[in-house]
Design a protein. Structure first.
Length: 268
């Protein structure tokens, strides 16, 4: 069964709304109403918005609305571009892109956590304690991977390079680094969860539909963003392609519903 976090924080709600609708100006009244729909108090939303401003993750404009500070959100590009994520894939030539990170300080937990998160978002898998790698099937090759890892917060001590001419035994071992059966099953579970949500939406109130759509949509987008984008030679691509198309339609409907509720709330 596809897992959805049923207890979002105020910060999560704010980030989800601002990321999904960057062209919309969200005033504090809209954010507090969104919090109410999600079961959060107005105080929760106000305090969280103020804290996020102080942290530099969002900013308040002269019009009194809130916008994202994307420079402070390393994963913003990945999250905001989930709709076109599949377009980053190119034909795999059988080579690999690798990250050698033996010099990364393991004693600095914050640096290590950011580094490991960057590797995960880039679809890297651990081959040895010092080397993580992935198929070389993304646009711009090693240069693109260097730029992606730097943007995501990988430690600067790591080195990115290409690997080829591996032994048959090594290639076989590398193919087993990703649990592709589990990955495909997870994508299919997400797809079924979206289909189920659409089927039951007519039986629920608009506010409940909005709440459910934000929770489920956030979980599905996270699944898409964390997909390693493996080539067809390692895992079927179709389940991811189908999930992205399904999620596009789901989010379009969800955003329309959310903006109607928030707009109506402002007028009442």
């Amino acid at each position: 069964m596809f897992q959805v976090d049923g207890r979002p924080t105020a910060a999560r709600v704010i980030l989800d709304l601002l990321t999904a609708s960057p062209e919309v100006e969200f005033g504090l009244d809209m954010l507090t109403l969104a919090g109410e729909i999600m079961g959060l108090t107005a105080a929760n939303m106000r305090v969280s918005a103020a804290r996020m401003c102080a942290e530099g993750r969002i900013t308040r404009t002269t019009r009194g609305s809130y916008t994202l500070q994307v420079e402070a959100l390393p994963a913003y590009t990945e999250v905001s571009s989930w709709r076109s994520r599949i377009e980053r894939m190119v034909q795999w030539d059988g080579t690999w892109t690798a990250v050698e990170h033996s010099r990364v300080k393991r004693s600095d937990r914050a640096v290590l956590r950011a580094h490991n998160n960057a590797l995960s978002l880039a679809g890297m898998a651990e081959w040895t304690p010092a080397v993580a790698l992935r198929p070389n099937n993304l646009d711009h090759g090693t240069d693109g991977l260097r730029a992606t890892l730097s943007r995501l917060g990988a430690a600067p001590e790591c080195h990115v390079y290409r690997i080829d001419e591996l032994s048959t035994e090594d290639v076989d071992a590398l193919h087993r680094l990703w649990d592709t059966a589990s990955r495909t099953r997870h994508l299919q579970e997400a797809s079924r969860a979206l289909a189920d949500a659409v089927r039951v939406s007519d039986d629920r109130a608009a506010a409940e539909n909005a709440r459910s759509s934000l929770l489920l949509g956030s979980a599905v987008i996270s699944t898409i963003v964390h997909d390693p984008l493996l080539p067809e030679e390692l895992a079927p691509v179709t389940p991811l392609v189908e999930l992205i198309e399904q999620m596009k339609e789901f989010q379009d409907h969800a955003l329309t519903l959310w903006l109607e509720l928030l707009d109506d709330g402002q007028r009442t």
